[in-house]
Design a protein around this ligand. Structure first.
Ligand SMILES: *[C@@H]1O[C@H](CO)[C@@H](O)[C@H](O)[C@H]1NC(C)=O
Ligand SMILES: [Zn+2]
Length: 297
């Protein structure tokens, strides 16, 4: 598993450092750049490989490098300011919603080994390449990683907390993003969002993935640790039973804010107890881009 994952990361790095990335079936340079920077995780991994030092973020969630300024921080980030289908959005009756999941999930019961990473802006689980899949419209996307966003309503540093996604102005404490990529076209991403909310937790068989994840996050930014026999199976069950499902075409919610990302967000939050919410909150600082005002066609 390790060697496969290493190859995937090496391939990502090769794309990132090549001025002329190999063209894929769809999209040009811009899309290949998207592939190189799927999410903050890839940025961090490449930094770590190059410098073997604690990574630093070129963008942030507050101040002069905050979300309102992302578009001007780097020529590669212009979608953040000029994009037309940016995420997150506030769900309204205009968005498509379906009772059944518009995809199939082919996740194993467990991964032999995952890497749990404290990236500073988020905490993430990087999974072995090509071992868990989301199938939709004849495309087989591979689960790459999942991470969490946390608006902290009580933090005095963030007077305007917003959620990654709102459901008709209802706010939840956290949102987990399961990021899948089409191996045949790395620009083609499919993210599934799952809210966390306070409530009576489901049985451990359904939530072991969350416990194993959060309990194993290294204390310091930039650190990562391997976890064996990671029980991902419960995540698939939770996702499939948390409908109805909102669907829309959007973007990455972090720079480069690339568009063409297929989003499905489960309407029903996963109930977790206060201890879990507090643990997530203490690990992940405010990390939610403000709701985007896209032109409605
Ligand atoms: C923009 O992205 C490309 C492709 O990933 C990269 O080669 C280039 O260095 C980036 N430019 C800046 C200013 O970061
Ligand atoms: Zn995310």
């Amino acid at each position: 598993m390790r060697s496969i994952l290493s190859i995937a990361i090496a391939a990502t790095l090769a794309l990132a450092s090549s001025a002329h990335p190999t063209p894929r079936s769809v999209g040009g340079v811009e899309h290949n750049c998207l592939a190189s920077a799927i999410m903050s995780g890839d940025d961090f991994r490449s930094l770590r490989k190059r410098n073997n030092a604690a990574p630093t973020l070129p963008w942030s969630y507050e101040g002069s490098a905050g979300p309102a300024f992302w578009g001007s921080l780097n020529p590669n980030y212009t979608s953040c300011s000029s994009g037309k289908r940016q995420s997150p959005i506030n769900f309204t009756p205009n968005e498509k919603i379906s009772v059944d999941a518009p995809f199939e999930l082919w996740y194993p019961q467990s991964f032999d080994e995952v890497e749990v990473e404290n990236l500073g802006a988020t905490v993430e689980v990087a999974v072995p390449a090509d071992t868990a899949f989301l199938k939709r419209d004849n495309v087989k996307y591979s689960l790459v990683q999942f991470h969490v966003h946390t608006p902290s309503e009580t933090s005095p540093h963030h007077p305007r907390p917003t959620l990654q996604h709102h459901v008709q102005d209802k706010h939840y404490p956290s949102e987990v993003h399961f990021v899948h990529r089409n191996p045949a076209n790395p620009a083609d991403l499919h993210v599934v969002g799952l809210f966390l909310n306070r409530g009576t937790p489901y049985a451990e068989g359904l939530t072991g993935w969350l416990d194993e994840w959060i309990n194993n996050v290294p204390a310091r930014k930039g650190e990562h640790t391997k976890v064996k026999d990671f029980p991902i199976g419960g995540a698939a069950k939770v996702l499939l039973s948390s409908g109805p499902f909102w669907q829309y075409e959007g973007s990455l919610t972090t720079p480069p804010c690339s568009e063409g990302v297929r989003w499905v967000v489960a309407n029903k939050p996963l109930p977790v107890d206060e201890t879990m919410l507090a643990a997530v909150d203490s690990l992940v600082p405010f990390s939610s881009r403000f709701t985007q005002k896209n032109q409605v066609a």
